[in-house]
Design a protein around this ligand. Structure first.
Ligand code: SF4
Length: 450
């Protein structure tokens, strides 16, 4: 079990110096015990206490890295039950299942789809994270041949699933440098797998049908210093496994029980044969609390909604997504191109810039820093108002880039037109643009053909 706030408090200097930005050492200790801050925030902890507190300062759900190189991913390190309590930390991973006894061409096609499927959305790359190879053939050579093929076709991390410990042992030894997730260690093979995990340092999934099974496995491995674990619990029944995920999260976060403080893996692909239902189940595990979610296919129409949903759940609700304040040149504008202005909320920027691009009208897009707020929010907060907009336009240098001093403002703040012209000293004409981004292409085409 993790240390309580009082246990931690006893090991702190108890000077209440506030260097950690908490009013007292006790307040700091409570936050540390809750996994909400890092031990490093107190610069006065003795080396001896640091050692003793190392475990308490780890997040209640340990982080586990799968794979190596650019495509590796980390799951876990979560500290809250609900996203609105603070934020979720490491986005869940999506893996696509491949059976080792599938036709070679089918394996190739699926892996290619996993490699190729990527979307650039609000400046982030959305993609599938891993390939999950299953030993459906029950044959060791078939499995190892498929693992070899897949590892040659993709840099994405592998999840290697077999019920045969010799097969897993071979696979772990062959691919230990790629750090695949070895699935699974259970009560029947733990004595064989324990030395393999020590030797290869590969992360492993522990598989049990009950909480007692999981506690016994994680306790034994933890006692041997093996902590790169992922929990696989349940019977592949959605209702039960859904509740299992919640109970595991509560045990780790609320009860601080280290035996359950690991990321999890869930298999919607084994819960139903109905694809829309599978995707729906997968979407439920995104916020509730599947760390690795295995799917049966990589069809874009199934994956895209999941990737977008994950992106939304795993953005930090405390920090608006923002882009840099600057003049963006879209389509190679020149001195006669139109000038638009908007705010630096990522979604606003990407939607507007996308519409400008699709208009094929070369345009200067001024993006003003309003702490990542949308146009109307920034206006209501007093951050996108005539005086500040005028200051930004003047200092941006856009006046030196264009012949005609006309600036197009978003239609939602049409009321700023007159005051903004005054603030700009009559040097600029302010034009009211459309309210909706979708109307931008038509507006720009009409604007340049006047
Ligand atoms: Fe206590 Fe350390 Fe915080 Fe100072 S910095 S108040 S010693 S916990």
């Amino acid at each position: 079990m993790a240390l309580s706030g009082l246990d931690i408090f006893k090991m702190l200097p108890k000077t209440n110096c506030k260097d950690c930005e908490f009013p007292t050492c006790l307040a700091f200790a409570m936050q540390l015990a809750a996994g909400k801050i890092e031990l490093e925030k107190c610069p006065h902890v003795s080396e001896q206490a640091k050692e003793a507190l190392a475990e308490a300062s780890q997040p209640p759900i340990l982080g586990v890295e799968i794979g190596t190189g650019e495509k590796k991913f980390k799951v876990g390190e979560e500290t809250v039950m609900y996203r609105h309590d603070r934020t979720f930390v490491n986005p869940n991973a999506f893996a696509v299942a491949v059976n080792d006894n599938d036709e070679s061409s089918k394996i190739e096609k699926t892996v290619k789809m996993v490699n190729d499927l990527k979307y650039d959305r609000v400046g982030q790359l959305l993609e599938i994270n891993a390939v999950c190879l299953k030993n459906k053939s029950k044959n060791r050579d078939t499995f190892l041949a498929a693992a070899k093929k897949i590892s040659e076709l993709t840099a994405k991390p592998l999840i290697l699933v077999s019920s045969d410990s010799e097969t897993l042992k071979n696979a772990a030894a062959l691919y230990k440098d790629k750090k695949p997730l070895i699935h699974a260690v259970d009560s029947s093979n733990i004595d064989v797998m324990l030395p393999v995990l020590k030797e290869t340092d590969c992360p492993a999934a522990i598989r049990g049908k009950s909480f007692d099974d999981i506690a016994a496995l994680s306790g034994k491995l933890r006692g041997e210093g093996i902590k790169k674990l992922v929990i696989d619990i349940g019977e592949r029944n959605f209702k039960n496994d859904f509740f299992n995920q919640i109970i595991l999260r509560r045990a780790a976060i609320d009860k601080k029980d280290r035996l359950f403080g690991y990321p999890t893996i869930v298999f919607p692909d084994e819960m139903t044969d109905n694809i829309p239902k599978e995707i729906l189940i997968a979407s439920i595990f995104v916020p509730k609390y599947g760390s690795i979610i295995v799917l049966s296919n990589a069809e874009p129409q199934n994956i895209f909604p999941l990737l977008v949903y994950r992106q939304n759940i795993y953005t930090d609700p405390r920090k608006p997504m923002a882009v840099e304040q600057k003049i963006y040149e879209i389509g190679g504008p020149d001195a006669d191109s139109p000038v638009l202005i908007t705010t630096n909320f990522s979604l606003t920027y990407f939607i507007i810039s996308g519409e400008v691009e699709s208009s094929k009208v070369p345009t200067w897009l001024l993006v003003m820093d309003v702490e990542g707020q949308s146009v109307l929010t920034a206006w209501a907060a007093g951050k996108f108002v005539p005086e500040l907009i005028a200051n930004y336009i003047k200092k941006s240098g856009i006046g030196e880039k264009v012949n005609k001093k006309e600036i197009i403002i978003p239609g939602y703040v049409a009321q700023l037109q007159g005051e903004l012209e005054d603030e700009l000293g009559g040097e600029w004409k302010v034009i009211v643009g459309p309210r909706e981004a979708g109307e931008v292409p038509k507006f720009l085409k009409n604007y340049v053909s006047r």
